[in-house]
Design a protein around this ligand. Structure first.
Ligand code: GLC
Length: 538
């Protein structure tokens, strides 16, 4: 049964982030302008023409604030400044200005759940039990029989409680012990954090991606988490427990609503929430009684098995659950997940690109996916990520998907003039921006064409969606508006297939040929091919 379409907004009411495409930059790995082997803000600025050519609308930069870098910037020691390794506030302002000059938007990363243990607030908080900032973090006495106050586990392994001998209490950290969790039940914490958001909003930042938003509030009774019957050997240790009392607490929506209210006093600023939850709980972050985030990141394509009918089911479920007045979004990859080219292979990475850029909702691209970058094996002596260091051998490390951008086939792939902080992929001499931009059949050319097509056709960027079919490994859906109907047909298999189709004209194939081909009654798809057709015509 075809799925009933969701009404599209009137084009005049569409906001930039609904029509637009977000591109995530992992700043340590994008471009190094000062030859220290690490990417920086000026490096990003120097590559803005590339992003404009690619056609993306907004750039989201992972954290660039001062940080001891225990979790590579997600441990912030000052929310209102720039880390020396990335540059200065002046560099930031220049970058922002140049992003805006090109008609693009800049989105920063905000890490509200935890600070670095070197943040002045935590240093004060841990200095004594009577310090006025003691309650800014989650301090608890040992449990009655000694040991941590509850069974809560850290995402990065071991107990989430760390004992502070000087003051005789434990503090909670959902991630590293160097990342103590803030106490968002404390009003002063909220106000101090809202002030930091305002600091950047006043500077002209267009939005924030908010880190681990569903973690903000913990159970006020600190009850033990129940064990997880689905735990498998080889899973990260924290999966032994269901995070019932440590995440997705009802009170988190109140905080999110306050943040949204703050954003509403500025024009068209965006909040994206990083939330890993099943779709029925995820959509609650659009807001319950009060508005929530604009876009709760939808990570389903990251976890879905690469199966046409499963993906079709997931798209329809999501489409049904996103509230009618809210806007959907799709993500293929990020700095915490194995790269799409590694997950589905080089040929299917093109089909995935077509899927991402034709589904209804704002797409987020991860840097390097547009050139088909894959995970890079990291030799043991070069491992950086604490997730790997703390639980070695489980394949949890995120360094493989954070390797330097491959700009050209020259020294260090044009990323830096010295040895990069993480190793380069060994195929960079052929898989790089320069070479692929000149190749009419490359994945980069495909990305650029897809983006161009999405911009040109309102049916793709802001139009309706209707399910057409899933059969075997073929998935087909329609995107349409008052003026046109486009059909997207994706072959998720390595075998050729044929599907029945009313007449249409082929606009784009993942193989970058066949444009203009007339389809009548039957459409052949080659192995690993996706096509976009304009329906109707003679
Ligand atoms: C988010 C970030 C991840 C980080 C974690 C802790 O999930 O994306 O990189 O390690 O939060 O801040």
């Amino acid at each position: 049964m075809p799925h009933s379409p969701t009404p599209a907004p009137a084009p005049a009411d569409v906001l930039w982030w609904q029509r637009g495409i977000v591109y995530q930059i992992y700043p340590l790995s994008f471009h190094d302008s000062n030859g220290d082997g690490k990417g920086d803000l000026d490096g990003i600025r120097q590559r803005l023409d590339y992003l404009a050519w690619l056609g993306v609308d907004a750039v989201w930069i992972s954290p660039v604030y001062p940080s001891p870098m225990k979790d590579f910037g997600y441990d912030i020691s000052d929310y209102c400044s720039i880390a020396q390794t990335f540059g200065t506030l002046e560099d930031f302002d220049r970058l922002l200005k140049e992003v805006h000059t090109r008609g693009m938007k800049l989105i920063l990363d905000f890490v509200p759940n935890h600070t670095s243990d070197q943040h002045a607030w935590f240093l004060e908080s841990r200095s004594s039990r009577s310090n006025p900032k003691r309650d800014w973090y989650l301090w608890r006495d040992a449990s009655p029989n000694g040991g941590p106050p509850s069974n809560w586990l850290s995402q990065f392994g071991g107990s989430a409680w760390d004992y502070d001998a000087a003051t005789g209490q434990y503090y909670y950290h959902a991630f590293l012990k160097e990342q103590p969790d803030l106490n968002w039940r404390n009003r002063q914490v909220r106000e101090a954090m809202y002030d930091t958001l305002e600091f950047w909003l006043e500077r002209g930042v267009d939005g924030f991606r908010m880190d681990v938003l569903w973690h903000l509030i913990k159970d006020d009774q600190f009850r033990d988490n129940p064990s997880n019957p689905g735990f498998q050997p080889g899973d990260s240790e924290h999966r032994r427990l269901l995070e019932l009392y440590t995440t997705d607490r009802p009170e988190v929506h109140e905080v999110v609503a306050e943040m949204r209210e703050l954003f509403e006093s500025y024009e068209e600023r965006l909040i994206i929430g990083e939330i890993y939850l099943p779709v029925e709980r995820l959509v609650a972050y659009y807001g319950l009684e009060r508005p929530g985030v604009h876009l709760p990141f939808n990570f389903q394509l990251i976890h879905a098995p690469w199966n046409a009918c499963e993906i079709d089911r997931m798209i329809r479920e999501y489409d049904e659950r996103v509230p009618e007045e809210e806007w959907p979004n799709w993500v293929l990859g990020n700095h915490d997940q194995h790269r799409i080219a590694t997950r589905v292979g080089e040929a299917q990475a093109r089909v995935a690109a077509m899927m991402l850029l034709t589904l209804r909702g704002t797409p987020t691209l991860y840097y390097g996916d547009e050139i088909g970058m894959h995970d890079v094996a990291i030799p043991p002596e070069r491992i950086q990520d604490p997730y790997e260091k703390n639980q070695p051998g489980l394949g949890l490390g995120r360094d493989p998907q954070r390797t330097p951008m491959q700009w050209d086939g020259g020294l260090h792939a044009g990323f830096s003039t010295s040895e990069p902080w993480l190793p380069l992929a060994d195929d960079f001499y052929r898989r790089n921006v320069k070479a692929l931009a000149e190749d009419a059949h490359s994945i980069l050319t495909l990305y650029q064409r897809l983006i161009e097509l999405r911009r040109r056709h309102g049916a793709l960027s802001i139009g309706d969606y209707a399910q057409i079919m899933c059969q075997g490994q073929v998935l087909a859906f329609e995107r349409f508006d008052a003026t046109e109907r486009l059909l997207v047909a994706l072959n998720l298999s390595h075998e050729k297939v044929a599907l029945p189709l009313a007449g249409g004209t082929l606009l784009l194939s993942t193989h970058l040929d066949r444009a203009g081909e007339r389809i009548d009654g039957r459409c052949e798809l080659r192995a690993d091919e996706g096509v976009i057709l304009e329906l109707g015509g003679p």
